[in-house]
Design a protein around this ligand. Structure first.
Ligand SMILES: [Ca+2]
Length: 130
């Protein structure tokens, strides 16, 4: 094991403090009713400029929750997590609001007020890798 570690350090040079990011418990409340149609929410997830994925669409529900979790193994403290909440529509999806957060080690729950109304709730855990 020790020799393996030495080899890794040798190959990688100065070790970078990578962390595991887990984003979960995504839900929203009081998403706005747009002029016509229904509120069909989904969330796109970015770390810095890298897309991590998006949730499914919850149709016709102003208080949706999403079972998806997002895990990323190359996160670092102080990376910026960005969540974009959309209302899916036939022609153009409507951006309801954007939530940005600088990552800190530990588990954190946040509520984020969306520009066009409603609140996004989410939890993330940032775990330093040994
Ligand atoms: Ca819609």
């Amino acid at each position: 094991m020790a020799s393996c570690l030495h080899l890794l350090l040798f190959l990688c040079g100065a070790p970078v403090a990578l962390s595991q990011l887990r984003l979960f418990n995504l839900r929203a409340s009081d998403l706005p009713d747009r002029l016509l149609g229904t509120t069909d929410g989904y969330v796109e997830v970015f770390l810095g400029s890298s897309p991590l994925g998006k949730t499914s669409v919850r149709y016709n529900n102003p208080n949706p929750w999403w079972e998806e979790e997002f895990t990323f193994f190359k996160a670092q403290e102080n990376n910026v997590l960005r969540l974009e909440v959309y209302d899916s529509d036939v022609l153009f999806d409507d951006l309801l609001g954007t939530c940005q957060r600088t990552l800190r080690v530990g588990t954190h729950m946040h509520d984020c007020y969306l520009k066009k109304g409603g609140t996004l709730h989410y939890t993330y855990t940032l775990t330093p890798q040994q």
